[in-house]
Design a protein around this ligand. Structure first.
Ligand code: SAH
Length: 490
């Protein structure tokens, strides 16, 4: 039988860029992705449009996919010959149950690979300024589960050797039992003054860290209201944090920024936002498909010398020409004059042997706007009302993008929406519409920042409250402002 392949992939601790290259590749090839709650949902935007996504954290009705169900799902899809990715937070082998899941595959002779990931205990610790080992301060470390098999959920641990023999101890899943953990360690020989640290949402921009000693940490964590996912680090190395802290205090700490498109001209801005500590999620929320049917062909056949064809994007040039080719039509027989919306489109036309003029420089009497649905929507106001419109591309949303976006918002990984152009504003509104999101519930908790007055007008017209609109140089300040009511006009 043609049996599939299963990849156990470590998604890394949180920051989307901390997945391995190999893990990302597997994700891009997957037919089925079975993912945990603790993975960064943005990783899902990498999967194929047609891939099946199975979530095994808490479901809306609050029950969790049980371990047996997860294993059954993996088996079913692998047996159908699919490439299955089992995507797990951190590293699959560190409290990730990869042992049980792989064992089942081995029993059923299904091929699998394990692609390691960066585990939270090491990464979150270093992101809070603490190296887990240090030549002077710690020659050993242990990772320990803080949630155990005892009836009350406390961990079943040999406390004495742990307390006496290991210099740095990292507890996973332990916040709930922090008091038991600290008192057991003290009882079994660790000084109550031993430094301790708790890191929540490590490696995300929203990472929070609380530092104290075995005697004080539990109260401090309670006061700061830190809950899972968090790790507890105990040991002298924690004291290095005051010197080595490098991540927590960046200017944009705590900012999760969604940019609803991915374009070259934003790259410098994105780099600088990331460098200053923000999580930046840039993604084309809509994908294009060609929209050439009988109606469009009829329109093409009607084109005459009276018309001026205005291409609104390079994509529309290619779609238009392909439509001609596939329907045995000849561009030379169309005697309309040809215009480009901007220099990029002009160059595209030139590269395939078509000379055009720039539309903005000419008075057009009977233009036909050729473009994608949204391009036409965003540009029609610049052309006479009598313009004809030839929609050659339309937009669609894919399930994986809906899944990624809704989880990013629900888990509060995103708190800022950055809209850098009028076109993006239109795309974002269309995305909400096509994916069925309730607009208010989405934008309610988002600080909406946009570039340019026109962009802000489009958003406001769709009832999306814009906190601020800005020009490039001010983006950092505005995103960072606590109470943003800045409106920097051109
Ligand atoms: N396989 C994962 C651990 C899964 S157990 C890994 O290697 O990291 C889940 C626990 O991991 C959480 O309860 C928490 O203790 C820890 N954890 C996962 N992600 C974390 C993060 N970003 N910051 C802090 N702790 C995290």
């Amino acid at each position: 039988m043609n049996s599939g392949m299963v990849y156990f992939v470590g998604a890394g601790p949180g920051d989307v860029d901390l997945i391995t290259v190999k893990g990302k590749r597997a994700l891009q090839q997957a037919d089925v992705v079975i993912f945990d709650r603790l993975i960064n949902p943005f990783l899902l935007t990498d999967v194929k449009d047609e891939a099946k996504l199975i979530y095994c954290g808490k479901q809306p009705c609050k029950h969790t996919l049980r371990q047996e169900d997860i294993q059954r799902e993996i088996l079913i899809h692998a047996r159908k010959g699919k490439t299955v990715v089992r995507l797990k937070g951190g590293d699959p082998a560190v409290f990730g149950r990869v042992g049980e899941e792989a064992e089942l595959l081995a029993e059923h002779q299904i091929a699998y690979e394990v692609i390691p990931g960066i585990t939270a205990g090491i990464a979150a610790t270093m992101y809070s300024g603490v190296p887990i080992t240090h030549r002077k301060h710690s020659n050993s470390f242990a990772v320990v589960t803080g949630h155990g098999s005892k009836d009350d959920g406390t961990p079943k641990v040999e406390w004495e050797p742990l307390a006496k023999g290991v210099e740095t101890i990292v507890f996973y899943m332990g916040v709930k039992h922090l008091r038991t953990i600290t008192s057991e360690l003290i009882k079994h020989g660790k000084s109550k003054d031993t430094a301790a640290l708790v890191v929540q949402w490590g490696t995300y921009s929203k990472q929070r860290t609380v530092e104290g000693s075995l005697a004080t940490i539990a109260n401090k964590v309670e006061q700061a209201n830190i809950t899972n996912p968090a790790i507890i680090v105990v040991g002298d190395v924690v004291k290095l944090r005051s010197k080595l802290g490098w991540f927590d205090n960046k200017q944009l700490a705590g900012k999760g920024i969604l940019i609803p498109s991915k374009i070259e001209s934003n790259q410098e801005l994105v780099r600088s936002l990331k460098k200053n500590g923000a999580d930046v999620y840039e993604h084309n929320l809509l994908s294009q498909f060609e929209n050439i049917g009988r109606g469009q062909l009829h329109q093409i056949r009607q084109l005459s010398a009276e018309n001026q064809l205005v291409f609104l994007s390079s994509q529309s040039v290619y779609t238009f020409l392909r439509a001609l080719g596939e329907n045995k039509l000849d561009l030379r027989k169309i005697d309309s004059s040809i215009y480009a919306v901007d220099d990029t489109v002009k160059t595209t036309l030139q590269m395939i042997g078509i000379q055009s003029s720039l539309a903005s420089r000419c008075e057009l009497r009977s233009p036909v706007l050729i473009g994608g649905e949204l391009e036409i929507e965003s540009m029609r106001h610049e052309y006479p009302q009598s313009s004809e419109e030839l929609v050659v591309n339309k937009q669609k949303v894919s399930q994986k993008d809906i899944e990624a976006f809704s989880r990013l918002v629900a888990e509060q990984h995103v708190n800022t929406l950055l809209v850098t152009s009028r076109q993006d504003a239109i795309q974002f509104i269309k995305f909400l519409e096509l994916s069925g999101f309730e607009k208010n519930s989405v934008v309610h908790n988002l600080n909406v920042v946009c570039r340019g007055r026109e962009t802000s007008l489009v958003l406001k017209a769709a009832d999306i409250p814009v906190r601020s609109f800005i020009e490039n140089e001010n983006i950092m300040t505005v995103i960072n402002a606590k109470e943003t009511v800045l409106a920097v006009e051109r």
